[in-house]
Design a protein around this ligand. Structure first.
Ligand code: TMP
Length: 205
């Protein structure tokens, strides 16, 4: 029986997701409710190994194989981390989930969306996040923010890839508007934090 709360955080690279995720973690810690923070790809030993393989730009992997690797990692993550935590009534703060596969592999790399839908159906077995925060920022600003960092496989893609990823997220948000909160991230970090914490307060009440 599912009693916890499953919250996911999404955004194009450089949109400020990680900063806001830390704010969410601090907030939930302050509530004194049991929670876990986790991430995708990752969250389990296998998931972290898959993450290293995928994010290393030196490995040549087709976008379809990459998609299946994401879902292999996700299956382990769901069965050994997410579902048990939900059953224990915990709040789960998860850095990216299946919307990222639609946005990056589907819209960004052109993987057939029906492949992603089929894998989603098999792997999720009906489970979806209760809420997804999408930190939305235009690609020029986001790219400028990550310039100078050491870039992984996806961060080093050209700007038109990130543009397609953003469109992918916006398409998902429109199709699943009950679940998504789009947070305009072209504002001072404190304003963004204010909006996020207001929504979290309602969700966790
Ligand atoms: P991040 O943890 O810094 O957000 O990095 C994870 C990267 O992996 C990010 O560029 C998005 C990418 N990614 C996918 O391409 N597909 C997926 O399904 C997931 C979960 C992440």
């Amino acid at each position: 029986m599912k009693t916890g709360l499953f919250i996911t955080f999404e955004g194009i690279d450089g949109a400020g997701k990680s900063t806001q995720l830390s704010n969410a973690i601090d907030y939930v810690k302050g509530l004194g409710r049991p929670f876990i923070e986790t991430r995708e790809p990752g969250g389990t030993e296998l998931g972290e190994r898959i993450r290293s393989l995928i994010l290393d730009g030196k490995n040549k992997i087709s976008a379809e194989a990459e998609t299946m690797m994401m879902f292999s990692a996700r299956l382990e993550h769901l069965n050994s981390v997410i579902k048990p935590a939900l059953d224990d009534g915990k709040i789960i703060l998860c850095d990216r989930f299946t919307d990222a596969t639609y946005a990056y592999q589907g819209f960004g790399s052109g993987v057939d969306l029906s492949l992603i839908e089929n894998l989603e159906r098999i792997v999720h077995n009906g489970l979806q996040p209760d809420r997804t925060f999408f930190f939305d920022l235009d690609t020029q600003t986001a790219n400028a923010r990550i310039a100078g960092r050491e870039l992984d496989r996806f961060e080093s893609e050209a700007i038109d890839f990130h543009q397609r990823v953003r469109e992918g997220y916006l398409t998902r948000a429109k199709a699943h508007s009950q679940r998504f909160s789009i947070i305009n991230s072209d504002r001072p970090a404190d304003e963004i934090k204010g909006d996020l914490l207001n929504e979290l307060a309602m969700l966790c009440s």
